[in-house]
Write a protein that binds this ligand. Structure first.
Ligand code: NAP
Length: 282
């Protein structure tokens, strides 16, 4: 579907780019010709992903940075532009999350998640966006949110608040910065197996099975599916798309919303019997 040089000429910074979905997006962007800069706190996953990209013929560099710290973000953006050239894209993918009944949360726990997801996304967008505006350069921001940004969800309230804020930021910046030829979009993934998400959010194998059963597509997402959607949204192919959020979840969130959606569990024989009873009555 994509030409091998679709992203040639692009330089894209990915936060949380050493692991999970960030790593998968980095590998795919580089495969399609983009230069990729990876930023997160731990050096080892960043170094490894950058090496893997280079081993496949791509261009990558990395810098250690905590997105909660605006000065550190500015430094890493400067490093990215020095080492790889002017950025054309920013993917705000870094996140923290954990499941916890809200009454057991501490203000510190709430703050930890919100400052990575909401403040971190703001810090990176501000640092990169200002450079684009001052340099009269176009750019694309892609924020990784999640479907409970609009449905809400129990047990992950700090993440809900932060992701809802990021979605609002996406739409607001699309309007405010459109005149500078800066686009802002979001992707809302459903469940995609990653070590980070699974270790923090899936408490048991039974929960995992039940979780999967509730997805109309009948399976979890594949990393290449999300990476390809991200490619489209950072590529010139989507130049007129801004302020939107594309869901990629096998139908999961819509199923949760329908009052009768759990009838997906009704076996065909029971449907046959129900139809017979209905006919008998009418
Ligand atoms: P992940 O591998 O744990 O990714 C999170 C990344 O964020 C890590 O690389 C982590 O690296 C980085 N990070 C965390 N705190 C940071 C900080 N303060 N400063 C800089 N970087 C920081 O998990 P993932 O599943 O791939 O998640 C990626 C994104 O997808 C997240 O935005 C998540 O909310 C979203 N998402 C995932 C799923 C899913 O099912 N996997 C579903 C919906 C949404 P360091 O720890 O080294 O800093």
């Amino acid at each position: 579907m994509f030409q091998p040089d679709l992203l040639r000429g692009q330089t894209i910074l990915i936060t949380g780019g050493g692991t999970g979905l960030g790593r998968s997006m980095g590998l795919r962007f580089a495969e399609l010709g983009a230069k990729v800069f990876l930023a997160a706190r731990r050096e080892e996953p960043l170094r490894q992903t950058a090496e893997d990209i280079r081993a496949r013929g791509g261009t990558a560099a990395w810098g250690s940075c905590d997105v909660r710290d605006f000065a550190a973000v500015e430094k890493v953006v400067e490093q990215a532009e020095r080492e790889l050239g002017g950025l054309t894209g920013l993917v705000n993918n870094a996140a923290g999350n954990f499941v916890c009944p809200t009454e057991r949360l501490t203000p510190g726990g709430f703050n930890a998640v919100v400052s990575i997801v909401l403040h971190g996304t703001f810090h990176c967008s501000l640092a990169v966006g200002r450079r684009w505006i001052e340099g009269k350069r176009p750019g694309t921001i892609l924020n990784i949110v999640t479907t409970y940004a609009w449905t809400g969800s129990g047990f992950v309230v700090p993440s809900v608040c932060a992701k809802a804020g990021v979605l609002g930021m996406t739409r607001s910046l699309a309007v405010e910065w459109g005149r500078y030829r800066i686009r802002a979009n979001a992707i809302a993934p459903g469940p995609f197996p990653t070590e980070g998400a699974w270790s923090r959010l899936i408490p048991s194998p039974d929960f995992e099975k039940a979780f999967q059963r509730r997805i109309p597509a009948g399976r979890f997402g594949r990393h290449e599916e999300l990476a390809n959607l991200a490619v489209f949204l950072v590529s010139p192919q989507s130049e007129y798309v801004t302020g939107d959020c594309v869901t990629i979840d096998g139908g999961q969130w819509l199923r949760q919303g329908g009052q009768f959606s759990d009838l997906l569990d009704v076996p065909p024989q029971l449907w046959d019997e129900l139809a017979k009873t209905r006919r008998a009555k009418t």
